[in-house]
Design a protein around this ligand. Sequence first.
Ligand code: DGI
Ligand code: FE
Ligand code: FE
Length: 198
Amino acid sequence: MADFSLPETFSPLTSEQIIAKEKSMMDARRFEHCIGVSRTAVKLAKLNHYDVNKAALTGFIHDYAKQIPVPIYQQTIREQGFDPDLLNYNRAIWHGIVGSWFIKHDLKITDPEIITAVKRHTTGDVTMTTLDKIVFVADFIEPGRDFPGVEEARKVAYADLDAGVGYELAHTLAFLIAQRAKIYPKTLLAYNQWAVKN
Ligand code: DGI
Ligand code: FE
Ligand code: FE
């Protein structure tokens, strides 16, 4: 992607090194998604008076660990001090929470705000920083997303970031329940915090 670069990497690695490493971890479709999330995160950062460089980097790396093989995740959970209950979930849950370990280890990023936003990007949380919300929402509405409701999600999120978080949690929970998928407790707590209307 010749026209994509990161103005700041929050790491000893250069923009070119981060981009090359990320590209080596995933297929082309996922890589394009990460660029879309980065660009959408920049838009949301401008609208919400947040550091655009931090938003660009965090959006880009949020799915860095998405395609790491299951046995490596299982080993990392066992050996790096993660809650063993995580073994009862799958890569959908691991790639944020455990993915943060790979981001620290491989990309040398230690900024706590960036790490937390990666951890929270799939499930959300009761407490969410502006960066957490930007990445959570950008992931859902980036230009490559195409599902019933995405236009409404974009409209809501660009008008009000917190409302965008609520919309996304309600939509995701309904989707998971329709499939009888196992809900990670944090997803439910986040739903109660951000999506309930009263
Ligand atoms: O990584 P992406 O596909 O870009 O997006 P994501 O990280 O937001 O979510 C990945 C998947 O995770 C999505 O299909 C919804 C699912 N998910 C979110 N919360 C939960 C969940 N899956 C389960 N089983 N339980 C959850 O609580
Ligand atoms: Fe993700
Ligand atoms: Fe994503």
